[in-house]
Design a protein. Structure first.
Length: 144
């Protein structure tokens, strides 16, 4: 399986099973507060979409994980493709990311479709913590 690289990725060069680059992030109280401030407007507010019915004020907001998924996708695909009208992203959080967690994002191409002039690549991105627990999964469709 090939590993994708944004500078060389084209529709013809991508195949199901190809891997995205790996992205590793270390979360701190400061990074979580900064994301909460950006997303919620106030670092003390609860996230708009908590991970569970009892959100932890020290946990990363799901919107921050979406930002990390975009960062990972930018390593594998041209930014213009990720931001195009035919591209989409959905994320399902299954756990919490807290201060002092190290998370790794990895992804794989799950499909490749050509519909007329529209070429699309489907990817599954998995986010795991340092204990190898999956805390979120994202599905991305990239229009190339």
């Amino acid at each position: 399986m090939a590993r994708l690289w944004a500078k060389t990725t084209t529709f013809d060069s991508v195949n199901a099973g190809d891997e995205l680059p790996i992205l590793v992030k270390w979360e701190t109280t400061d990074t979580i507060s900064q994301f909460r401030s950006l997303v919620c407007g106030d670092a003390e507010e609860e996230p708009a979409q908590p991970y569970s019915s009892e959100p932890d004020a020290r946990a990363m907001a799901p919107q921050a994980l979406v930002a990390y998924v975009f960062e990972l996708l930018e390593k594998g695909f041209p930014v213009s493709a990720i931001m195009s009208g035919g591209s989409s992203l959905s994320l399902k959080a299954t756990g919490q990311v807290k201060a002092e967690d190290t998370i790794s994002l990895s992804g794989v191409v799950t499909g490749k479709h050509s519909e007329g002039e529209a070429n699309r690549i489907d990817c599954l991105v998995t986010i795991e913590n340092q204990d190898n627990v999956v805390v979120a999964k994202a599905m991305a469709r990239i229009a190339l």
